[in-house]
Design a protein around this ligand. Structure first.
Ligand code: TPP
Ligand code: MG
Length: 346
């Protein structure tokens, strides 16, 4: 029995490359990824500033450093595929094509925000853009994502679902329960673990007996793959193979994205759990935007000036979003009881 148990310890998890390597991306495609990553970074930097000015209340979790994960994965999706994520969600909304103005206005709690100023940073949705939140409960995006995948299967679409969550969330009980059901019912869901090394102030090594998180599906017969989440092209390659596999009806898969967040967990973070040098080293050696920039500059027809121009355009988009967010009115107090589920006994 002991031998059998050892044998099944890592049965389906693999780091194998997909059989058919996708075509090398053309320059236009690379510029598209660069643009999207830069938009996320500049948007988040501005959100951090607005928070510092007291214009954003409550929680605000920035995605700076992790941009390649969401941009690479989003590039693999078709029109019927759906996305669900955690509270670190501004980037996922922008990548899904939601309006930066509406997102920023929601962060500032204004009437023109995507949840009419009543949801805030962690709670925005857009069924038109196939984006299903924004969830503040750690781990909640996992069973909800499986539910979305169940609907895809039940309605006989060929759509897949991306369910994002963190390294900390991967230790939640509901995640394990969902893995079992997702495999049992062969649901078209890709579980994306954004392993940014920390859950608030707790490192993966301090909280996880098995730190190779792509192996977490082993006892549920779910294959897993570890991906360099700081390399948008590696993310796209692994993501495209996972989406194709899922769409072909082969059931769920786990992608562990090795990434890093540069800023604190949220806006109030004493950062005593890591050194400045650690952060600086990742910024210098693994930054996803700098990495792609170097690849692009080796291509013909693109130079520093073109990239600078793009940065200027993005800054304008973000400035317009920030101005819109500040000019929008506070929600009308009469809206306090609209858009909520009312208890029948109340
Ligand atoms: C069920 C639950 N427990 C605890 C919290 C408090 N909390 C919010 S974020 C967080 C850390 C989660 O870390 P991770 O899953 O690694 O995601 P990251 O913040 O790194 O993106 C915790 C413990 C919560 N929101 N929900
Ligand atoms: Mg984390």
């Amino acid at each position: 029995m002991a031998t059998a148990a050892r044998k099944t310890a890592k049965p389906t998890a693999s780091k194998k490359a997909p059989k058919k390597a996708p075509k090398a991306p053309n320059t236009e495609e690379l510029l598209g990824y660069y643009r999207e990553m830069l938009l996320i970074r500049r948007f988040e930097e501005r959100a951090g500033q607005l928070y510092g000015m007291g214009l954003i209340g409550g929680f605000c979790h920035l995605y700076i450093g992790q941009e390649a994960v969401v941009v690479g994965m989003q590039s693999t999706l078709g029109t019927h595929d759906k996305v669900i994520t955690t509270y670190r969600d501004h980037a996922h909304m922008l990548a899904a094509g939601m309006d930066p103005k509406g997102v920023m206005a929601e962060l500032t709690g204004r009437a023109d925000g995507l949840s009419k100023g009543k949801g805030g940073s962690m709670h925005m949705f857009s069924s038109e853009k196939n984006f299903y939140g924004g969830h503040g409960i750690v781990g909640a995006s996992v069973p909800l994502g499986a539910g979305l995948a169940f609907a895809q299967k039940y309605q006989d679409t060929d759509g897949v679902v991306l369910a994002y969550f963190g390294d900390g969330a991967s230790n939640q009980g509901q995640v394990a329960e969902t893995f079992n059901m997702a495999r049992l019912w062969s649901l078209p869901v890709i579980f994306i673990i954004e392993n940014n090394q920390y859950a608030m102030g707790t490192s993966v090594a301090r909280s996880s007996a098995q730190t190779e998180l792509y192996l977490r599906g082993a006892s549920y017969d779910i294959p897993g793959e570890q991906v360099d989440g700081m390399d948008v092209l590696a993310v796209k390659k692994a993501g495209a193979a996972a989406v194709a596999r899922c769409r072909a009806g082969k059931g769920p898969m786990i992608l562990e994205m090795k990434t890093y967040r540069y800023r604190g967990h949220s806006m109030s973070d004493p950062a005593k759990y890591r050194t400045r040098e650690e952060v600086q080293k990742v910024r210098e050696e693994r930054d996803p935007i700098d990495h792609l920039r170097a690849i692009i500059l080796k291509r013909k027809g693109v130079d520093e000036a073109a990239l600078k121009e793009m940065d200027g355009e993005i800054k304008q988009i973000v400035t317009a979003a920030a101005e819109f967010a500040q000019a929008s009115p506070e929600p009308d107090p009469a809206e306090l009881y609209t858009d909520i589920v009312k208890s029948v006994n109340a």
